[in-house]
Design a protein around this ligand. Structure first.
Ligand code: ZN
Ligand code: ZN
Length: 132
């Protein structure tokens, strides 16, 4: 009589970085880090987005440039340089989450530049903190 409950997990190598991972379903083929890295923000379109983008380009970025400079607020990395010698800008991230602070969405004192890595780390941290 074989009653040992079958362990359905299996060891695979992450498709991106090759690290060994234990998976529990056939769809999973990347380690957590690579899954986060590949996560691209959903493109939003609409009047609200346009309003925000206009604000970000004309108000938030010039303000942050003056106040903090253009390096990542968290790790200090510089954004990539353009062909013409000027720099791109990192993501503008709200230090307070928008959900319950909708009225603070356009308050530049609550904004910082975050590079993509820190941005992802930050949002992931907040998400898992909410679940816990
Ligand atoms: Zn990986
Ligand atoms: Zn950073």
């Amino acid at each position: 009589m074989l009653l040992s409950s079958p362990d359905r997990s299996q060891i695979r190598n992450c498709k991106d970085c090759g690290k060994e991972i234990r998976v529990f379903n056939t769809l999973q083929n990347r380690c957590r880090d690579c899954t986060i890295k590949r996560h691209k923000p959903i493109k939003q379109r609409g009047p609200k987005t346009l309003q925000w983008e206009k604000f970000r380009d004309t108000v938030a970025r010039p303000h942050l440039d003056r106040r903090d400079g253009i390096a990542c607020h968290k790790c200090g990395v510089m954004p990539p340089k353009k062909e013409d010698g000027t720099y791109y800008r990192h993501d503008v991230e709200h230090t307070k989450k928008r959900g319950s602070h909708a009225d603070l969405k356009f308050d530049v004192s609550l904004m910082v530049y975050l590079c993509r890595d820190c941005h992802i780390e930050e949002t992931d941290t907040l998400r898992s903190a909410k679940i816990a």
